[in-house]
Design a protein around this ligand. Structure first.
Ligand code: HEM
Length: 444
């Protein structure tokens, strides 16, 4: 068995301020110093291992996935705000939920939602103004939230309630990040009533969703949206989801589905704004293949370069930049021994820029995702994770992002004042801001 190089507790302590502000440079330095896999000592008896080794990642997420589970960060800390559903559940409960919900995210089912999703996108983008500079990150946040909201609750009068839900979802995430990054202050968060306040927010959001569900059941009319599919879905024994479980799943779809997509969209827009020659090619592709009278699903498949730009943006800036798993038993992988309880942090960010597997890894080259090359990259590319817990919303997200890019790039030329983007890695990898200028294509 190989020995793991170790980053000492003292080193972590010395770097704590940097790590708190942005842990990525610290990760990167240690990967350079210690190789693709190393151990970090944070507290006695709590082994943490970082890896960007594709073989280990494949084993943990796919081949030996049964020996691992999600970390308490998701199953406990996040679950206390959004409940126990797909993202946060484990074992047989998770399996039953996944089997039941998976069909709602099937491509054929999603095809029926595209019109509703497109309407939400168009409505949000009405806020774009030509010849003005705007930070697109908050706009993409609102857009992604509204798209999930409308896919779930089409035609309902929900705007005001969704604003409240968005506020709560984002406020609770901020609280969770403070608990994660400043664990030594958790006693104070409890004593000062801050955690209680946020748990009360969660209760409010559950009540709000319960009201919407009650209204829907009272309607007695089919809508064919995600809520209808969840209401109709059955377990193997033919029973339906209990109300509390349904609310958990809806909350989880908002949490898992809006921020990740908003980040990916913002980074894609930034990269296209700073690569005008590629933006022009995307514009030409859209102009040639997308017509308003066409079926949406038809044109979505006819803009491969647009899709490749999104895929390449998620390579450089993966919204889920670290995937975590905890060993349920002792495991040997790639000549390393991981003892029971080891927390494995798989750096998707580092793997996506690993020079052994990517040519010019720091450069934006969307064509590297051309169709015939996708297969060989599968083992080094994990924007949506892999194995049984792979993102259930990956096609949903991809369609939403293609529709948004087409909507924006067909109407505007985008430029950026800055050639760099400052990162803000929290639970997901966000940009600090993405200030872009939109010039109307009709006037140029
Ligand atoms: C660009 C956008 C997105 C990215 C990058 C992304 C990424 C991911 C990743 C990496 C995972 C696996 C995490 C792990 O293994 O620990 C995941 C899980 C999940 N995602 Fe996404 N996601 C995106 C959009 C969405 C959307 C739009 C939805 C729903 C509308 C969604 C719902 C979920 C759910 C429910 C899970 C948990 C699945 C399970 O454990 O069974 N995601 N996502």
């Amino acid at each position: 068995m190989r020995d793991l190089k170790t980053v000492s507790q003292l080193e972590v302590f010395r770097n704590r301020k940097r790590i708190l502000a942005n842990p990525l440079p610290f990760h990167s330095e240690n990967f350079k110093k210690h190789g693709d896999t190393f151990r970090v000592k944070v507290a006695p008896g709590k082994p943490i291992v970082f890896t960007k080794d594709p073989e280990i990642i494949k084993q943990v997420l796919q081949k030996q996935q049964k020996k691992f589970q999600k970390s308490p960060l998701q199953t406990k800390d996040l679950a206390k705000y959004i409940g126990h559903g797909l993202l946060t559940a484990e074992g047989s409960h998770w399996r039953a939920q996944r089997r039941m919900i998976q069909p709602a995210f099937h491509k054929k089912k999603l095809a029926g939602l595209l019109g509703t999703m497109q309407l939400a996108i168009k409505e949000e983008l009405e806020r774009l103004e030509a010849n003005k500079t705007l930070d697109v990150f908050p706009l993409m946040g609102d857009l992604a939230f509204q798209v999930v909201a409308r896919a779930l609750f089409s035609h309902s009068d929900i705007r005001e309630r969704m604003s409240k839900l968005q506020y709560i979802t984002e406020a609770n995430q901020k609280m969770l990040i403070r608990e994660m990054r400043q664990p030594y202050l958790v006693w104070w968060f409890k004593l000062s009533g801050q955690i209680k306040k946020h748990l009360k927010y969660s209760e409010d959001s559950r009540k709000l969703l319960n009201d919407i569900i009650e209204e829907r059941i009272g309607l007695k009319r089919e809508k064919d949206d995600l809520l209808d599919m969840l209401l109709k879905a059955t377990y193997e024994d033919g029973t339906h989801m209990a109300r509390e479980q349904l609310i958990d799943e809806v909350l989880i779809l908002f949490t898992a589905g809006h921020e990740t997509t908003a980040n990916a969209l913002s980074f894609t827009l930034f990269l296209l704004a700073t690569h005008p020659e590629i933006q022009e090619k995307v514009y030409e592709e859209i102009k040639e293949h997308v017509r308003p009278d066409m079926d949406i699903m038809d044109w979505i498949t006819k803009v491969p370069l647009t899709q490749q730009c999104i895929e390449e943006a998620m390579r450089l800036y993966p919204p889920v930049y670290v995937i975590d798993r905890m060993a349920k038993e002792d495991v040997d992988i790639a000549d390393y021994h991981f003892s029971k309880g080891t927390l494995l942090l798989m750096s998707v960010y580092e793997l996506h820029r690993h020079s052994d597997f990517w040519k010019d890894p720091q450069t934006f080259i969307p064509e590297r995702f051309a169709k015939d090359r996708l297969k060989e990259m599968g083992s080094y590319y994990y924007p949506f994770g892999a194995g049984p817990r792979m993102c259930i919303g990956n096609s949903f997200a991809l369609y939403e992002m293609i529709m948004t890019m087409v909507e924006i790039l067909s109407a505007y030329k985008i430029t950026s004042l800055s050639q760099t983007v400052e990162l803000n890695p929290l639970i997901s990898l966000k940009p600090k801001e993405v200030k872009l200028k939109f010039t109307n294509r009709n006037y140029v």
